[in-house]
Design a binder for this molecule. Structure first.
Ligand code: PHE
Length: 457
């Protein structure tokens, strides 16, 4: 290929786009839900350790590999060692499955924005409202297709004019919306109790379950293990300092997760404490509308919250689609437009299966783990389990092994130091982490998923 490769127009554009990928549904409703479930400050502390020690190393590894190879994820692995293209393909497969259902959840968010705009009428029972909506056959699929179409529109415009421009626009707005919601939440009476919960650490509560959950959350939140960051790294200019960019992405992602934690935990403590710990899929869609309904100007803030969730989901979904489009267009020689439409169309269809299996149709698939044996579960659950517990951690594990043992840290360090943009004094520590600590930590996620049957997203 002799064509000039697309790229980010500026370093800040890259940082915002990568932060946009990282900041998603994972930060804004999964993270606060887990903080509630796992006892507040204790979970926050362990999560922060995981992000700094493991998340940083893996994120830097992926972005460095991408910048070195100047190729999509599969091409990057293949460039260094032909036999390792499979590791890139694992990432592509999980990105494909994840975007199929991420877009369905994005559609739910759109539906809620619409509900808030038209008077926030949940019929007096948010549980019945949500379960009735997702179990219907047509409505959620229509919203899912709208969300996918919006993602397509951005990706079709290309790396700099589409992804970068959108991130530069949406990320600051997202930030301002979250600040507004946080100020509202911490000034509610009773919010102090929430703050105390968030910042009180009880080391005796730290156990294997909590550590592994925090690690799984860190991976999902930083978009690691799917080759997305390899693709984003391939658009980075040789002049940029990678460790600095990675630190900024990490700080932004963590800051937004913490801020949503503060906002949501305080709002829940101030309204209905019993909801804390009721994390999981329904939390944002069932519990939070009740929380908003009980606070002054609640409908306004509820609408803002779902708008914020939509922006976060959109910048993540466009990164997933971009990773896939780069792979298909570069590896199979398709035009970007054709690749985008083909991929989005197939994922829209797969997403229909996810949506229908929420109640409209009894679509089940087999799943196996040691704790529960062979079971037939709704297609939606199997799609989530297959990516969160199996394909995504496997992709991340192979990426670390590849960079630590096949490509070797010395080559990666040379790439990081290229152009004199970074001294990278931590190089020996990073090499140790990527060769030994990260693979072991990821293997523990896989082990937990397979043996204990844990859902780790
Ligand atoms: N990091 C995103 C979130 O927190 C999800 C995501 C995972 C996006 C993997 C892209 C790739 O929601």
């Amino acid at each position: 290929m002799t064509n000039k490769r697309a790229g980010w127009a500026s370093n800040i554009g890259f940082i915002l786009a990568a932060a946009g990928s990282a900041i998603g549904l994972g930060n804004i409703w999964k993270f606060p839900g887990k903080v509630g479930e796992y006892g507040g400050g204790t979970f926050v502390l362990v999560y922060l350790c995981m992000v700094v020690c493991i998340g940083f190393s893996c994120l830097l590894a992926e972005i460095t590999l991408g910048r070195y190879a100047q190729k999509n994820t599969v091409g990057a692995f293949r460039l260094i060692h032909k036999r390792w293209a499979f590791a890139g393909k694992l990432g592509v497969l999980s990105a494909f499955i994840i975007l199929s259902y991420y877009s369905v959840v994005g559609g739910w968010v759109l539906k809620y924005i619409f509900t808030y705009l038209t008077g926030a009428d949940f019929g007096g029972d948010t549980t019945a409202y949500f379960t009735g909506f997702i179990a219907s056959a047509v409505q959620p699929i229509v919203w899912h297709c709208i969300f996918m179409a919006l993602t397509v529109c951005i990706v079709l415009r290309g790396v700099s004019a589409g992804l970068e421009k959108m991130s530069k626009l949406l990320m600051p707005v997202l930030f301002l919306l979250l600040i507004a919601i946080t100020i509202r939440a911490v000034t509610l009476s009773g919010a102090q109790e929430g703050l105390a919960f968030l910042f009180t650490v009880d080391v005796s509560r730290i156990n294997a379950d909590l550590i592994i959950t925090a690690l799984g959350q860190a991976f999902f939140s930083l978009s690691i293990g799917l080759g997305i960051m390899i693709t984003y790294g391939s658009y980075v200019s040789a002049q940029d300092s990678l460790p600095k960019s990675v630190s900024s992405i990490l700080l932004l992602d963590t800051f937004i997760a913490l801020l949503s934690g503060v906002a949501i935990v305080c709002a829940v403590f101030a309204t209905d404490k019993s909801l804390i710990g009721s994390g999981g899929g329904g939390f944002a869609f069932i519990s939070l509308p009740n929380v908003f309904a009980q606070m002054p100007a609640g409908n306004f803030f509820g609408g803002l919250f779902f708008l914020l969730l939509f922006f976060a989901a959109l910048t993540s979904s466009m990164s997933l689609l971009e990773g896939l489009v780069a792979f298909v267009s570069e590896e199979y020689g398709l035009s970007r437009t054709k690749a985008t439409l083909l991929l989005a169309g197939s994922m829209a269809v797969l997403g229909c299966g996810y949506s229908l299996s929420q109640g409209a149709v009894a679509l089940t698939l087999p799943w196996f783990d040691i704790a529960n044996g062979l079971q037939f579960l709704p297609m939606a659950n199997v799609m989530e389990l297959a990516t969160d517990n199996l394909i995504m951690p496997l992709g991340a594990l192979f990426t670390c092994i590849f960079i630590g043992w096949v490509w070797k840290p010395d080559h990666a360090i040379a790439e990081i130091r290229r152009g004199g943009s970074s001294k990278f004094a931590f190089a020996p520590v990073w090499a140790f982490l990527i060769r030994y600590v990260c693979p072991l930590a990821i293997a523990s996620i896989l082990f937990a998923g397979f043996v204990m049957g844990k859902a780790l997203s």
